[in-house]
Write a protein that binds this ligand. Structure first.
Ligand code: GMT
Length: 367
């Protein structure tokens, strides 16, 4: 198949999923065309059968808001025609789904261009229910030739909030289990807690600092913060206030997170809401046990007490207790590390999920 993929290329899990999906599809012989405003961060340049088409948004004094959605729709239609695309797959409904709708309409009568929309999270739970975006989000989801969501939780939420009648197929986030592996040797130095995100308020990154400070009362450990975003400053200040600034390392954005994760021991995911929790899955594949919050789709990934721990949002004491249990209970940590790896391998490896997408595309094309 020849597939056009659009996503947010530089920011967040939806772009990562879209990029890795594209690369995996290309590895399986499909031709993949990324239609985005920048090169997707995790895209390996030179990957065979992968192409990148930039969307250029020109400005003009009259435009207070440059019309990116229109530039994207034009580019989608153009690339579909020039590259003979079979379908478009857009990640994150706003505005990608509406642009795909326009591209499909532009080519009407010339060529068929179905589009699949994958819902990732705040496009539904936050942004989509904002009154200014609600009608167009509902419309462009309903008009899609196929709709997928990354968890059962998000599927239910979409039906409840938007009342959409189309079938929504659940396709979980996935991880390349050959690339994301457990460390062969224990790392040197004190145990490490890890957090990976775009440091937005929904991620509650200051909870990571509080958990570290509480856990350090009983066990020596440090915290690695991978990523960047609006709440970094607040977390840095809090680390200083709590006297743990020397034990918190802000690592910035990472291109090869699979090399970093195996050098750590526990993954912290204290989010207020998470439709799935890709970072937790990547950690589990590396045998790094997640201590996360019991929200959204996270319980579909983590089984409490088996392959990770789930605690209430904001309950940093409980989260810190779990960290201490893991870092002081040798047998518990070993058992949970292997259970986490097993879960990733058994349910969420690319070899399990990518064929589901291929099958779904065939269904959409056959409709
Ligand atoms: O909805 C978002 O916050 C954006 C999106 C992103 O681009 O970061 O994140 C969502 O998509 C990820 C990949 O499918 C999921 O693993 C995250 O759980 C989800 N984030 C939220 O629901 C907050």
């Amino acid at each position: 198949m020849r597939i056009g993929i659009t996503c947010y290329p530089t920011y967040g899990g939806s772009g990562i999923v879209a990029t890795e999906l594209g690369m995996e599809l290309a590895a399986r012989g499909h031709e993949v065309h990324f239609i985005t405003y920048a090169n997707p961060i995790r895209l390996d340049p030179g990957t065979p059968r992968v192409f990148y088409h930039e969307v250029e948004v020109s400005n003009y004094p009259l435009f207070q808001y440059p019309p990116y959605d229109l530039a994207l729709a034009s580019r989608m239609a153009e690339i579909a025609e020039w590259q003979n695309l079979d379908l478009l797959h857009v990640h994150y409904a706003i505005p990608h789904s509406a642009s795909a709708y326009m591209a499909r309409a532009m080519l009407h009568g010339k060529r068929r261009l179905p589009y699949v929309t994958t819902l990732h999270g705040t496009d539904i739970t936050l942004v989509g229910i904002d009154r200014s975006y609600f009608p167009i989000t509902k419309f462009s989801i309903e008009q899609s030739d196929g709709v997928t969501s990354i968890s059962e939780y998000l599927r239910r939420e979409t039906v409840e909030v938007f009342g959409v009648a189309n079938e929504i197929r659940v396709m979980y986030n996935f991880v390349n289990c050959d690339l994301y592996r457990m460390a062969k040797e224990p790392h040197e130095g004190p145990p490490r807690l890890l957090h990976i995100s775009n440091f937005r308020p929904v991620k509650r990154i200051t909870d990571c600092v509080r958990v570290l400070a509480l856990a350090r009362r009983q066990v020596e450990c440090e915290l690695w913060m991978a990523g960047d975003g609006p709440d970094r400053g607040e977390a840095e200040r809090l680390a200083f206030e709590l006297g743990v600034h020397e034990q918190v390392k802000f690592l910035g954005k990472q291109n090869h997170i699979e090399r970093l994760i195996p050098q750590t021991d526990v993954l912290l995911l204290p989010s207020r809401l998470e439709s799935f929790g890709l970072a937790a899955l990547e950690a589990m594949a590396c045998g790094v046990v997640p201590v996360a919050t019991r929200v959204g789709g996270v319980p579909e990934l983590i089984t409490h007490g088996l392959d990770g721990f789930l605690e209430d949002v904001g309950d940093v004491e409980a989260q810190a207790r779990r960290v201490v249990e893991l870092l002081t209970g040798g047998e518990l940590k070993t058992r949970m590390r292997w259970a986490a790896r097993d879960t990733a391998e058994a349910r969420f490896c690319t070899s399990k999920i990518i064929p589901q997408y291929e099958k779904y595309y065939q269904e959409v094309l056959g409709r």
